[in-house]
Design a protein. Structure first.
Length: 441
């Protein structure tokens, strides 16, 4: 049990800490886990809690759930920090927990942001989890499949916590206003529109919502025992939105995936929205521009060759002028990619050719299309029988340029979108001409 200073005043704690729920019934949100009859609730109520990993965005109740579980089971609760805890500290605490277990007393070890622990630190917990000396509860905002050691993850039950809905955030705020622990019993005047504004601002983050409310109350107009909070104060406090976005984390990949798939689905509105989400959260515009260049070849290709030109131009614009001036150049490129005709024929052609290049033996280049810069090479028939296409009326020859084992292979099959429809017709004519020419021999 942590000892309090004689000068400790709970009002000095942040509002979110003062109002931290003490039981499952006080927790707002996560009904899919702790609603009546749900699996996590049954585990807690039956006192059969295994080692757990809570995975979810910030401010959704990961730490709160861990502390409620510890309180319900009357176990010791140890909080580890990935920043300050080394291997030595972990082993010392694990040894004490093991001794307590022998005396029939359980220990819950809570590791917030467990993905920040390195492999050696995570491994230090493993033998004690295996022996049941501790109940490990890890919390992470990152996908545990990638960030938690496989051996440790296999011994933990993973629960996914969801972002709180705006209605749940509003319920939380209204409850906070009435709680005597919140503002020393003062009456707070705030309208429903302001609750809704905060709820939409905070991205489902309960901690951010309570912090915003607390800041608004502290800056409100005080008259006796009443504090009036108006919309102007809230708008001033929330002038810069904090985006749920980590340039190295999973949300980074989620949003770039959303951008790519929105363009592929020819949805310019969705595409430009996801673009704005990335850029306003601080993403490097050159990274986005590189992805747009890739998209132009992968998903549009010859259906509209101008797409690649525009994508490269957008990259150059981002390089020359940077943020925020380059936003329109990127938006222009993203919208163009969205409305352009789509074809993945170029990408499919390359992937098929790549598969043959990797899996088959290295076929020699046919002699007919080899260069012969020396006499020896000419004597070995390098270039013998080569036909120069520009010397023919049709600018075509029936030469076979693929190795013998691949001579009938077709990698590029044009789609029927945009310019590629014309390319398809032209390619069909070329193949028919070559077929007829060979049949005449």
């Amino acid at each position: 049990m942590e000892e309090r200073s004689l000068f400790y005043d709970p009002m000095n704690e942040p509002l979110a800490a003062r109002l931290r729920p003490q039981s499952l019934d006080e927790i707002i949100g996560q009904k899919h886990l702790i609603g009546p009859g749900k699996v996590l609730r049954r585990m807690v109520e039956n006192d059969q809690v295994p080692s757990l990993i809570f995975w979810g965005p910030p401010g959704v109740g990961k730490t709160t759930l861990a502390s409620v579980i510890a309180r319900h089971t009357k176990a010791s609760f140890i909080n580890f920090s990935a920043v300050t805890s080394g291997i030595k500290e972990i082993k010392e605490v694990m040894k004490k927990a093991e001794e307590d277990t022998a005396l029939g007393h359980r220990t819950i070890v809570f590791v917030d942001e467990i993905h920040r622990f390195n492999k050696a630190q995570q491994d230090a917990f493993l033998p004690f989890v295996e022996k049941g000396a501790i109940i490990l509860i890890g919390a992470t905002t990152e996908n545990p499949s990638f960030e938690v050691n496989g051996a440790l993850l296999s011994r933990c039950k993973v629960f996914v916590l969801k972002q709180l809905e705006p209605e749940e955030i509003e319920e939380l705020l209204k409850r906070a206003i009435k709680d005597p622990r919140a503002f020393n019993g003062k009456k707070i005047e705030i309208d429903d529109a302001s609750y809704s504004f905060i709820a939409n601002f905070c991205n489902g983050d309960a901690r951010m919502a309570l912090s915003t409310l607390e800041m608004a109350v502290l800056n409100g107009e005080e008259k006796g025992d009443t504090i009036k909070v108006d919309r102007d104060i809230i708008e001033e406090i929330t002038s810069k939105k904090s985006f749920l976005y980590d340039k190295k984390g999973e949300e980074h990949y989620n949003i770039i995936s959303a951008l790519h798939k929105s363009m592929r689905n020819s949805d310019p509105d969705a595409a430009v929205y996801w673009l704005a989400r990335m850029l306003e959260a601080g993403e490097d515009p050159l990274y986005v521009a590189r992805r747009v260049i890739r998209f132009a070849s992968e998903d549009i290709g010859i259906a509209d060759p101008r797409a690649l030109q525009l994508a490269v131009s957008a990259y150059d614009a981002c390089h020359y002028i940077g943020m925020p001036e380059c936003t329109d150049a990127l938006a222009e490129a993203v919208i163009y990619m969205s409305v352009a005709p789509k074809s993945n024929a170029v990408d499919v052609a390359y992937m098929m050719a790549k598969k043959d290049a990797i899996e088959m033996i290295d076929e020699p280049v046919p002699l007919v299309i080899r260069n012969a810069p020396t006499r020896l090479m000419k004597e070995l028939d390098y270039g013998k029988g080569y036909q120069y296409a520009h010397d023919t009326a049709e600018r075509l020859t029936d030469m076979v340029c693929l190795p013998e084992s691949l001579k009938d292979r077709e990698y590029y099959v044009p789609a029927d979108q945009g310019l590629e429809r014309q390319v398809s017709e032209r390619l069909a004519q070329i193949k028919e001409w070559k077929k007829n020419k060979r049949n005449q021999k």
